[in-house]
Write a protein that binds this ligand. Structure first.
Ligand SMILES: Nc1nc2c(ncn2[C@@H]2O[C@H](COP(=O)(O)OP(=O)(O)OP(=O)(O)O)[C@@H](O)[C@H]2O)c(=O)[nH]1
Length: 381
């Protein structure tokens, strides 16, 4: 693996690339992560792996950080009654399996700054950081926690999304299009470099998908060849017309991404996948990073403007008050002796350490790497 570049004669280590694997349940995310893990091990460049799926029974690799070490998913499910901050109201959550996964991910996200610190500590020694996400795709892609985790890693390290597709299950034009629309929504949500990974090519080669992506007439012909695309009068059905229009929209989307075919079982295509990842590094630097910096600057500017506006309104109100009521203005003097002693102020902080909450928060995140054993992870009482 090329891990370093030379700048001005000095060897400078490239930042590790973060690969976020996302995909529908059963698409082969975990098997894919294992395959790229063993590919990197074989090249003497072991990655740093995070498992973010709290409900998975077994993963075919040894993650460096595992959400299951921090959050006990079955405990979260059992704790269907939790006390709200106000002791009198018992709130029944009645979590279903997906609500449980989401809650577990939310709890983990509250500690993600520490995860990020650990990852950043590794930046000098690893070339790739890999995130395996929960099987239920929407839990990561449409949750606040998923967005927080994605933004946190992407604002600190170059990041790419690997969208894993179950190729044998995507051969029907309508399914293909639904999958592409989902990919499109993730691309526009994350705005990160994006690789479509057509997995399971040992079962079904992905040539058909590449053809449909590069030639929308071929896709429309495939659509027309499917039953139910015309009504009794031989006119295209509403669904058919809709899909034809969608395929034109998607044509634009395809131009912004790279597609590779991979077999996570045989390892075919993994080399091409890493070439695409390296190309994404450039895209991240040229497109995502400037956009991120622009967004940060705009946010700071708008905060500054709001502050300035509030301050000038306050000053205006004060001067009006003084004009209208000059005698009160004379009394408007700060008297330090009249100040309350801060120590007496009642502060509404709730100490949950004796409540039922810690049971949900199991002891605790451990690092599987020995040299991180000294890290001071939070340990609830
Ligand atoms: N033939 C073949 N099977 C694969 C490939 N990749 C994954 N599989 C199989 O597909 C099934 C699902 O794979 P997983 O890796 O568990 O998929 P996942 O996306 O992590 O699944 P969830 O955790 O439920 O979301 C398993 O039976 C794998 O053996 C592949 O490239 N080729």
């Amino acid at each position: 693996m090329e891990a370093s570049s030379s700048t001005g004669g000095a060897e400078e280590k490239k930042k590790p690339m973060v690969i976020i694997t996302i995909g529908m349940a059963g698409a082969g995310k975990s098997t894919f992560v294992q395959q790229i893990n063993s590919y990197l091990h074989a090249r003497d460049s072991p990655p740093y792996i995070l498992n973010l799926d709290p409900a998975v029974a077994n993963v075919p690799f040894e993650p460096n950080i595992d959400i299951r070490d921090t959050i006990n998913y079955s405990e979260v499910m059992k704790q269907s009654v939790a006390l709200s901050p106000c002791w009198f109201y018992a709130v029944k959550y009645n979590l279903g399996p997906n609500g449980g996964i989401l809650t577990a991910l939310n709890l983990f996200t509250t500690k993600f700054d520490q995860v990020l610190n650990l990852v950043e500590k590794r930046a000098e020694t690893v070339d790739y950081v890999i995130l395996d996400t929960p099987g239920q795709i929407e839990i990561f892609t449409w949750s606040a926690s998923g967005a927080i985790i994605t933004d946190a890693v992407a604002s600190s390290l170059p990041t790419v999304v690997a969208y894993i597709i179950d190729t044998p299950r995507t051969t029907a034009p309508a399914t293909f299009m639904s999958n592409m629309l989902y990919a499109c929504s993730i691309l526009y949500k994350t705005k990160l470099p994006f690789i479509l990974v057509f997995n399971k090519t040992d079962v079904q080669p992905h040539d058909f998908a590449l053809e449909w992506m590069h030639d929308f007439e071929a896709f429309q012909a495939a659509l027309a060849a499917h039953k139910g695309t015309t009504d009794e009068d031989g006119e295209p059905t509403y669904m058919n017309s809709l899909m034809n229009s969608m395929s034109l929209v998607l044509d634009e989307f395809y131009q912004h991404l790279t597609a590779v075919g991979v077999s996570s079982v045989t390892g075919d295509g993994v080399k091409e996948f890493f070439e695409a990842v390296e190309a994404s590094r450039v895209e991240y630097q040229n497109e995502y990073l400037p956009e991120l910096e622009r967004a940060r600057a705009a946010r700071e500017e708008s905060l500054r403007a709001v502050k300035e506006d509030s301050m000038s309104r306050l000053m205006k109100d004060l001067s009006v008050d003084r004009q209208q009521n000059p005698s009160a203005a004379l009394l408007d003097r700060w008297d330090p002796s009249a100040e309350d002693d801060d120590d007496d102020t009642e502060i509404n902080i709730i100490d949950r350490s004796d409540g039922p909450w810690p049971g949900q928060y199991h002891d605790i995140t451990r690092e599987n790497r020995r040299d991180d054993a000294a890290m001071n992870w939070p340990r609830p009482n």
